[in-house]
Design a protein around this ligand. Structure first.
Ligand code: ZN
Length: 81
């Protein structure tokens, strides 16, 4: 389980488990789930249909990868400064 794969060359430091950013769409809390169908971690908004994971056409090997992808997308949607 200690083998996080970086499927993305530009991936920086993955976010630690439990540090999910709020949903980029509605701002509500996101939840880390595990798809029993695809056997893959999925980050899903608790309020709106915002999802990052297999149901979004992506597959993550680790929780960290799913969280990092969710957080990175959230960051990309925010204009800082
Ligand atoms: Zn949402």
């Amino acid at each position: 389980m200690d083998n996080p794969k970086t499927t993305d060359a530009g991936l920086c430091s993955p976010a630690p488990v439990g540090s999910l950013l709020p949903c980029p769409f509605c701002g509500k809390d996101a939840e880390l789930k595990h798809s029993i169908v695809f056997h893959s971690p999925v980050v899903r908004c608790s309020m709106c249909p915002g999802t990052m994971g297999t149901e979004y056409g992506q597959h993550f090997d680790t929780d960290e990868a799913a969280i990092a992808a969710w957080n990175r997308r959230a960051n990309n949607n925010l204009t800082v400064g």
